[in-house]
Design a protein around this ligand. Structure first.
Ligand code: FAD
Ligand code: NAI
Length: 472
């Protein structure tokens, strides 16, 4: 008789492994199936996030920023560096070590929580006995509840497959063997900017071709403009409003024909090309059709607000369903689903999911942008505070950017916070907490913030909402 589980999770990324742990904490007998292989063919838990996403990109962003500081900014602090050189192989090996530490950490966590792990593909075989029969690698297992967390894959341009040698997805972009002299990127979204920054800092001449006429259209306009200015100053070439045409993949270079915003025909010749034009939900080999699991026109699994699919006791979370493709969103959905299976009231507040782009300056936001508030006719007050006027930022030598707070014109409730500048990724956490507790700008303005700290800029932005900044 096949092994029986209360909950079977297909996918071991942040959505899946966190759902498995939470379900186990709630007393269920849980299995987690993941097919990712490391270089030796063994398991590599953590999905896109750990293997070719959040973790390795942040490791390379950190290393390349150190290099950039040593090359260009140490001198401002009176530190002279002679004979600086780059050992790229060592930098990439360090990144791989960080990834492995995270892979191993998740193996430990699953063991600690008594989750049974199967390495291999998970697929639906049949609905059976009020549950489901699932192929887990080579074994057949049974689950009463199934949580699908199979993630996403990089979107390719039609007719231009990734070879991960010249034409790279996020995977190849994180393991180039040498710094390309000329690097092209298509798409100036989150991956385009993060990966473009890494390789520019390491010495590549970087050109990003973006289809839309506006830069970072989802970001508050004022913040996006400030960020654009900083990136261009650093030497990132960003061409907006282009139409990409034929891409020729030569042996040692790539040639991209495109039309620029003025309608002029152009060619960009580069050594390597990263295509970062978004990601597509991954349901390959899941056997969705064998049990009638509904997918939408983009192959994402159709779910309701509670992550329920069209099938009884089948749930789906993370990148494989609607909503932002973020690791923390996947995790929150995983926890909420495990709690719903246990009869509790799991909840994910989509209005307070933070976004962070880990460039320099960092960009982070939560809630509504000024443009969104205008579009729905909501009366608001805005307060901004520049890092230029923040003592800690001056001491750091990093004064680019600002904090911008938006609050309801009548109630003063915070509706959105938008930050471009140093450590925006950490500063946004206070704003998420504030919005979760439905704080007013006045609440933040009256809270004692340590001096000197970057967080004082958040307090000052809150004061600015009431036009009473103290330090500007
Ligand atoms: P995934 O992490 O994609 O995990 C899915 C897992 O399921 C994989 O291991 C896959 O092999 C496995 N799988 C798929 N099908 C099957 C099957 N049939 N059987 C068994 N296993 C299967 N997000 C952030 O929040 N912050 C960041 O800084 C960030 N940086 C990123 C950088 C890059 C370069 C990229 C590409 C993404 C980044 N993301 C970031 C997005 C983040 O990685 C995803 O949102 C997150 O990984 C989604 O988690 P998930 O569990 O839904 O899916
Ligand atoms: P993205 O959606 O952020 O950006 C894609 C960009 O490509 C957009 O600006 C789009 O207009 C442009 N584009 C699309 N088609 C194009 C075409 N044919 N020609 C030119 N431009 C085109 O997607 P990206 O950067 O691939 O990242 C995927 C997702 O991964 C992100 O949306 C995010 O959810 C996640 N991610 C999150 C990170 C973080 O949280 N720090 C870091 C990296 C990725």
């Amino acid at each position: 008789m096949s092994k029986q589980f209360d909950v079977v999770v297909i996918g071991g990324g942040p959505g899946g492994y966190i759902a498995a742990i939470r379900a186990a904490q709630l007393g269920f007998n849980v299995a987690c199936i993941d097919e990712w292989k490391n270089a030796k063919g063994g398991p590599a838990l953590g999905g896109t996030c750990t293997n070719v996403g959040c973790i390795p990109s942040k490791a390379l962003l950190q290393s390349s920023e150190h290099f950039d500081h040593a090359s260009h900014h140490f001198a401002e602090h009176g530190i002279e560096v002679n004979g600086l050189s780059l050992d790229l192989a060592k930098m990439v090996a360090r990144k791989d070590t960080v990834v492995k530490q995270n892979n191993d950490g998740i193996v430990y966590l699953l063991k600690k929580n008594k989750v049974t792990f199967f390495h291999g593909r998970g697929s639906f075989v049949a609905a059976k006995d009020g549950g489901y029969e699932i192929k887990a690698g080579e074994e057949l297992i049974q689950g009463k509840h199934i949580i699908v967390a199979t993630g996403s894959n990089a979107r390719a341009l039609p007719g231009t497959p990734f070879d991960e040698d010249n034409i790279l997805s996020n995977d190849g972009a994180l393991r180039m063997g040498a710094v390309p002299k000329k690097l092209g990127l298509i798409g100036s979204g989150v991956i385009g900017l993060e990966m473009g920054s890494v390789w520019r800092r390491l010495g590549a001449e970087v050109t990003i071709l973006e289809g839309l006429p506006t830069f970072l259209g989802a970001v508050d306009e004022q913040i996006a403009k400030e960020a654009h200015k900083a990136f261009v100053k650093q030497g990132l070439k960003i061409e907006l409003g282009v139409k990409v045409g034929e891409i020729k993949n030569g042996k040692k270079s790539v040639s991209i024909a495109y039309t620029n915003a003025k309608g002029e025909a152009q060619t960009l010749d580069v050594d390597k090309l990263i295509i970062s034009i978004g990601r597509v939900a991954n349901t390959i080999g899941l056997g969705a059709e064998t049990v009638g699991l509904a997918l939408d026109e983009r192959d994402a699994i159709v779910v309701d607000g509670d992550c329920k699919t069209n099938l009884p006791n089948v749930w789906a979370v993370g990148d494989v369903v609607r909503g932002p493709m973020l690791a923390h969103k996947a995790e929150e959905e995983g926890v909420a689903v495990a709690e719903r299976i246990a009869g509790q009231h799991g909840h994910v507040n989509f209005n307070t999911i933070p976004w962070v782009i880990y460039t320099n300056p960092e960009i982070a936001w939560v809630g509504q942008t000024e443009q969104q508030l205008k579009a729905v006719g909501r009366a608001y007050k805005a307060g901004t505070f520049p890092f230029m006027a923040n003592g800690r930022a001056r001491a750091l030598g990093d004064t680019t950017g600002m904090v911008k707070m938006l609050a309801d014109a009548t109630t003063d409730e915070i509706l959105g916070v938008h930050i471009v500048g140093p450590m925006a990724s950490e500063l946004i956490a206070e704003c998420v907490v504030a919005m979760e507790f439905r704080a007013s700008a006045e609440d933040i303005a009256r809270i004692c913030h340590a001096h000197p700290s970057l967080s004082e800029a958040t307090k000052e932005a809150a004061l600015a909402v009431d036009k009473r900044t103290l330090n500007f």
